[in-house]
Design a protein around this ligand. Structure first.
Ligand code: AQP
Length: 332
């Protein structure tokens, strides 16, 4: 099917994947792989925008790919690869850097969040890679002629930059790139931190009580949900006035395939204790089959699938870069 649309997305191996990554992104990919030509990367180049332990990074890279497979990404339908295995990502990023305005990057919410406590005014302690992260993400997306980018709601701003840069390159040098669209599932929304419903659940959060990892044991899950912050009062209500309970209800609904309002009604007359116990049970039941599959997949199989993914994508990526260089006037 030559006119099948393409999707591209990825996760950075920058820590333990959590249910926010799954519910906001990976779950959606599993559905979309039947409908679209799908490419999913493990974003190791993105991960090093903040310091990583090299041994951990290697381990996490395989772990993330294994999580994709355990979650249901089928290598017969979708291509999985490691970002750094295709040098064209970094090469295109440099070229896109030259048509990106620094002002466009300084206003990115993720950049502001990740540099919040650092010395932004002089930029002394802010790695340039953190600022240029969206340019690399734009290169990832447009290198593969992506039509749709399925991401969590927190990443929509970055897809917008990818659109801007693809359009700008096309305007300056002639039609080269497909203009990608963002694809966000409403239900996946933004899963917030268990320790603070104002910030999203995040791999790099300081506290382990921020997130439920996909590979957490049942005891860890129970402990984290027990410690999750709640709102003032004791009512279980699905309301913006109760952001902590709203977040827990969203998670409950997503893992049980139901509506948050219905769950709130079910627990109307019960206390936080009962609610949290039931939520922990629901999360454990949701995660257990995934974990069983995960532990059955050998690392060697993952490595082979990643190698095949790179081989599959390389010829088209090389061709695209040749076109880009010709348009720029590079001697080929
Ligand atoms: N809390 C979240 N709720 C819904 N979706 C989320 N995603 C991340 N956090 C949530 C989605 O997961 C995909 C992969 O994210 P990423 O690894 O590229 O980086 P991220 O968005 O920066 O995720 P983290 O967990 O916060 O990682 P760190 O802490 O390393 O930066 C994306 O589609 C994202 O939308």
């Amino acid at each position: 099917m030559t006119d099948q649309k393409r999707i591209f997305s990825g996760v950075q191996p920058s820590g333990n994947l959590h249910i926010g990554n799954y519910l906001g992104a990976i779950k959606n990919w599993v559905k979309l792989q039947d409908e679209y030509k799908s490419v999913f990367c493990v974003g190791d180049l993105h991960a090093i925008t903040v310091p990583q332990d090299p041994q951990e990074l290697e381990k996490k890279t395989i772990e993330v790919a294994k999580i994709y497979l355990a979650a249901g990404i089928d290598p017969d339908k979708a291509t999985i690869f490691v970002q750094s295995h295709l040098p064209q990502h970094s090469e295109l990023m440099w070229i896109l850097n030259t048509i990106t305005k620094t002002g466009e990057l300084f206003k990115m919410t993720q950049f502001k969040d990740k540099t919040g406590s650092r010395d932004k005014t002089s930029g002394k302690s802010v790695p340039a890679g953190l600022l240029n992260y969206p340019v690399l993400m734009a290169a990832d997306i447009i290198l593969h002629d992506t039509d749709l980018v399925p991401v969590g709601e927190d990443q929509t701003q970055h897809v917008e930059i990818a659109r801007t840069l693809a359009k700008r390159f096309n305007n300056n040098f002639g039609d080269t790139f497909v203009i990608p669209e963002v694809h966000v599932v409403k239900e996946g929304m933004r899963i917030m931190g268990l320790d603070n419903p104002k910030n999203k659940m995040s791999k790099s959060a300081d506290s382990k009580y921020n997130k439920i990892n996909l590979l957490d044991s049942p005891d860890e899950i129970r402990e984290k949900i027990k410690k999750a912050v709640t709102d003032s009062g004791s009512e279980i209500e699905y309301s913006d006035d109760k952001p902590a309970i709203k977040n827990l209800l969203n998670i409950f609904a997503l893992v049980t395939n139901s509506q948050p309002i219905n769950i709130a009604q079910e627990f109307e007359r019960k206390g936080y204790g009962d609610f949290k116990e039931s939520l922990a049970q629901a999360v454990i039941e949701f995660i257990s089959p995934f974990q069983k599959t995960y532990h059955e997949i050998p690392d060697a199989d993952v490595k082979m699938i990643l190698e095949q993914g790179t081989e599959h994508l390389a010829p088209k990526a090389e061709q695209k870069m040749k076109e880009v260089k010709e348009k720029l006037g590079f001697v080929i």
